[in-house]
Design a protein around this ligand. Structure first.
Ligand code: NAG
Ligand code: NAG
Ligand code: NAG
Length: 125
């Protein structure tokens, strides 16, 4: 019978393994530079979402990018803000959707793997 402590340590070990796993594969998880935390976007505006492309592996598993909007609970997968661009571009223009004001939003950039931007504000509906 394993002790509760052993159980907790096993969970922690599995958790840190899942966190470090992407580093070992050729998975490119580019950090989003813009939007930054605290930025305010207004519905209808166009903005360049930008991300870090330094350190990209030579062969990327999936180099086709997608950008989605997320509120603090879910990613709106039905309405991508941008699709079909090259993840090595480091930038893609999006139009700010008209969404409810008063929530914390973030963008999720997908290539190989999803990466969240800091939270920002949208003045929408
Ligand atoms: C996005 O960046 C490109 C290249 O720097 C620039 O020409 C364009 O005006 C920018 N778009 C916006 C909405 O800032
Ligand atoms: C996030 O968006 C979903 C879908 O629009 C909505 O149902 C949900 O209430 C939103 N979450 C918050 C915290 O507003
Ligand atoms: C947005 O984030 C701020 C800072 O974390 C928090 O104080 C606020 O309650 C959040 N607002 C919503 C609608 O979740």
């Amino acid at each position: 019978m394993i002790s509760f402590t052993t159980f907790i340590f096993t969970l922690l070990a599995l958790f840190s393994l899942s966190l470090s796993a992407p580093m070992r594969r050729d998975v490119f998880v580019p950090p989003i530079i813009y939007p930054k935390s605290g930025v305010v976007w207004i519905a209808g505006q166009h903005h360049n979402v930008t991300w870090e492309t330094d350190g990209a592996p030579v062969s990327i598993t999936n180099g086709i990018g997608r950008v989605y909007l997320a509120n603090n609970t879910i990613i709106d997968l039905d309405h991508p803000l941008a699709i079909g661009f090259d993840i090595l571009d480091g930038r893609v223009s999006v139009q700010v959707p008209s969404v409810p004001t008063g929530q914390n939003y973030s963008l999720v950039l997908f290539g190989d793997s999803g990466n969240y931007s800091p939270q920002f504000t949208i003045i929408g509906l």
